[in-house]
Ligand binder design. Structure first.
Ligand SMILES: [Zn+2]
Length: 290
């Protein structure tokens, strides 16, 4: 592998998130009226409208709720909370193609906007008392007028991992994936678990493989379907006999490091790798370079 690893997808955003401004309602009003302010352009299915590798922007609407994504060299950047409904399509091929065409850092801004929109669309009512809530803090929270509870955008942690056994990586595939595609195993972290424990449990549940020496590699925000944080790890497998959980996986295989390198270089091999914007790609790349 070359020394220039693919950057982790959906990271590298350059907006200043301007936390102090979120707490300043008068400042937010002024930012909204700033002639340099722009609002993120989205298609009805929430796909980004990409222009020359960059996200498209338009004038900020005069009315309606907006969230402040941040400041681009001082210029306010918003997203309209009414941009789309909950029916927005989930990972349409056209959207993934648009994302793949974005230059570095732009996809991070899109991921933040999309996750924020999803959260607002699904959290219109107070989880504490059921009353309709309203956005506050420039769109980075919702407040309940009845019980005064404040709600903030949630992020769901997911562990994604490669178990290694004598120079071979364990990869699996779900039945719904494109033919030939294999990727790192993954699963949601549960309450009461450490990252290391979740990696070991998920690997055991899905493949019957016991792992130890879990090591963190990298993380990635993933805005599908809502707002996940992918926590990528490698671990040492204690055995290589696979007992598949067929509710989770259609297949799982061990692939030697040399073959993973060739596959990532675009040569045919035992499987088709995950796309470059997925952290599973980064994880395979980092593991293959070891
Ligand atoms: Zn309430």
């Amino acid at each position: 592998m070359s020394g220039d690893a693919t950057p982790v997808g959906f990271t590298g955003g350059t907006l200043d998130r301007a936390d102090a401004l979120r707490h300043d309602p008068a400042g937010i009003l002024a930012a909204r009226r700033d002639p340099a302010a722009r609002c993120l352009l989205l298609a009805p299915d929430w796909s980004p409208l990409v222009e020359d590798g960059r996200l498209g922007w338009t004038a900020v609407p005069g009315g309606g709720e907006v969230a402040l994504l941040g400041l681009d060299r001082g210029a306010p950047r918003f997203v309209a909370l009414a941009a789309a409904g909950e029916g927005a399509s989930f990972r349409a091929p056209s959207m993934m193609a648009a994302l793949a065409s974005l230059r570095g850092g732009e996809a991070a801004t899109y991921a933040a906007a999309r996750s924020l929109l999803q959260w607002h669309a699904r959290h219109g009512f107070c989880a504490n008392c059921g009353t309709a809530t309203a956005p506050f803090r420039a769109g980075w929270g919702r407040a309940c007028p009845q019980c005064r509870a404040e709600h903030f955008p949630r992020v769901d942690p997911v562990v994604i991992m490669i178990a290694e056994h004598h120079g071979r990586a364990l990869v699996g595939r779900q039945a719904a994936w494109p033919a030939g595609r294999y990727s790192a195993l993954a699963g949601f972290l549960e309450p009461g678990e450490s990252v290391e424990e979740a990696v070991a449990r998920e690997t055991w549940e899905e493949t019957g493989v016991r792992v130890r020496n879990v090591r963190y590699v990298a993380s990635q925000p993933w805005p599908f379907p809502h707002a996940q944080l992918m926590i990528a790890c490698v671990a040492v497998a204690e055995n290589d006999a696979i007992t598949l959980d067929t509710h989770e996986l259609e297949d799982a295989i061990w692939v030697p490091r040399d073959e993973v390198r060739r596959i990532l270089a675009g040569e045919p091999g035992a499987f088709l790798p995950p796309p470059p914007y997925a952290i599973a790609h980064t994880l395979l790349e980092r593991w293959a370079a070891l």
